[in-house]
Design a protein around this ligand. Sequence first.
Ligand SMILES: [Zn+2]
Length: 248
Amino acid sequence: MSDVSVAYMFHAIGDVMPGDIADKHYAFSESKFRDFLAVVGYVSSIRDALQNPSHAKALCTFDDGHISNYAAALYMKEHGYGSADFFVNPSTVGQKNFMDWAQLKEISAAGMSIQSHAYEHVYLSDLTENEQYEQLYRSKSAIEEKLGSEVTIIAPPGGRFNAATKIAAQRAGYKTLAGSVPGSWSGETAYVRRIPVMQGNTVEQLASCLKSLSPHRFRLQAKYYSTYTVKKMLGNGVYDALRQRVLG
Ligand SMILES: [Zn+2]
């Protein structure tokens, strides 16, 4: 049914309660998530898609390691929907609102791919190359040591990275960077674009991204490039302050 492959970027699944650290604008309801899986039928982690590209159409990823991702992973496993990548920050694993190492170990054993979102949730592009290396290396080592599975993919927090990130990532032993630039995936190893999933998205909008002519995907791409220009002009700090005021 699909014409192109796309990678989806989810965050929290379900309702975000007051006091939860998750950004509610990026939280996707549990029922819509289940509908999405039913409509798409099968999803793959980027890790598994890189091993077996022909098998992969809808790639599924989750950023931040929110506690709600644990149930989502078990649901996927239970219903045979395939695998997903979970990009976690070792500095927040086990803290309030986040999965702990035992849960990550369990979903990893269930076939899920646990990958790096840097050691802390910081904008890599605000750091020097050595500081970025530190973030990437420490994260990869911590996850590999705790889970015994290889970490080869980095999703930079907030999708913010620069040329130094690519060098630091290579030095630290990563092979793939999962970004936040919307678009489709044609088997690239170094960079994987991802469709950000927002609270207000419909399952139809998400599924339509798998069509070669997808208005939703094109709109996201157009919006991304105009936002990108604004971010570049203002810098990360000012952009976030503005976004906060607009979204509330
Ligand atoms: Zn994040």
